[in-house]
Design a protein around this ligand. Structure first.
Ligand code: NAD
Length: 296
């Protein structure tokens, strides 16, 4: 392999250290530690693992964390009742509902029930709207993880041609929005890039990708990005998480590492960065809560 590794594991560890120092400073000033409540419905093994990892990460940086594990057949009314209770709890600054939910539960309704000031996943329509306007309250975790992974390895996005593969509400669409926006004080992670979004109906994927200086693959198709699709010296970020024959692989074919300047690994790339950005949002939620409760 000739490409440089975009090491998400080490970068996320460095971010966690910075966050731990900020949390310790808060506590030293007599403020409560940020708290994250995670809601897990049912027994999906991948979801259980994600929630456990998030819980562990909170503890590593000195944040409080609670897991509410509910049965798969929970009624919508009971789930919404728990969210209401967490919305009102001053110790809980961030609320995370682990997706996917069982089919009888309406994901949109559940996401909209979370107080937008505690919506650390940034899935609530109010937060999606603020992001679209370039006034983000929270950045969505995976897109922000991609941006920080690039920045912390010294790859500037301003003026670059970037292709984002995927247009989901969780990754592709918000990431493309962040990358194309003008960088301002309230929008520091904006990319100032020229962005092309590629999806299932796009024609000639290879031609579109070849012109990019940065390619971000978030399609969920194992090894779909092959060396022929990538310009020599491009930077390639692999968001994909695909289980193939008991192994986790990304959307980028391993041979791309022979042609690209840099590639993020799977696992150990965007995944750990996503969790680090969730912690960052939880700290931000706690700061916003504290600011809003100051006497004016
Ligand atoms: P999704 O299925 O909701 O969206 C996939 C998108 O890719 C769609 O917009 C679709 O149009 C596009 N697409 C699919 N096949 C394509 C093809 N052959 N050519 C062009 N476009 C194609 O998935 P998602 O939630 O956006 O997640 C994408 C991938 O990222 C998945 O593998 C998921 O597991 C992974 N993921 C990783 C993290 C992380 O933290 N690393 C977080 C979220 C999602």
């Amino acid at each position: 392999m000739t490409a440089r590794l975009l090491d998400g594991k080490a970068t996320a560890a460095a971010i966690r250290e910075e966050l731990a120092a900020q949390v310790a400073e808060r506590v030293r000033r007599g403020l409560p530690p940020p708290g994250l409540a995670a809601i897990l419905v049912g027994d999906n093994p991948a979801s259980q693992l994600y929630v456990r990892n998030k819980h562990k990460a909170c503890q590593q940086v000195g944040m409080r964390s609670w897991i509410h594990h509910l049965p798969a057949d929970i009624t919508a009314a009971r789930l919404l009742g728990l969210i209401e209770q967490l919305n009102a709890d001053p110790h809980v600054h961030g609320i995370l509902v682990q997706l996917p939910l069982p089919p009888h539960l309406d994901e949109s309704a559940v996401q909209e029930a979370v107080d937008p000031r505690k919506d650390v996943d940034a899935f609530h329509p109010e937060n999606a709207g603020l992001l679209t306007l370039g006034r983000p309250r929270f950045y969505p975790c995976t897109p922000h993880g991609v941006v920080q992974l690039l920045r912390r390895h010294g790859y500037e996005t301003a003026g670059k041609e970037i292709v984002v593969i995927g247009r989901s509400n969780i990754v592709g669409k918000p990431l493309a929005l962040m990358l194309l926006q003008k960088r301002t004080v309230p929008n520091p992670a904006a990319g100032d890039a020229t962005v092309t979004i590629v999806h299932t109906r796009s024609q000639d994927l290879a031609r579109l990708c070849q012109r990019a200086q940065i390619v971000v693959a978030a399609a969920g198709v194992p090894a779909m990005i092959t060396p022929e699709m990538v310009a020599p010296g491009a930077v390639v970020v692999d968001v994909g998480i695909n289980a193939v024959a008991g192994r986790i692989v990304g959307d980028v074919h391993p041979a791309v590492a022979e042609k690209a300047a840099a590639v993020s690994p799977v696992p150990g790339g965007v995944g750990p960065m996503t969790i680090a950005m969730l912690l960052l949002n939880t700290l931000r939620a706690a700061q916003l809560f504290q600011d809003s409760s100051k006497p004016s």
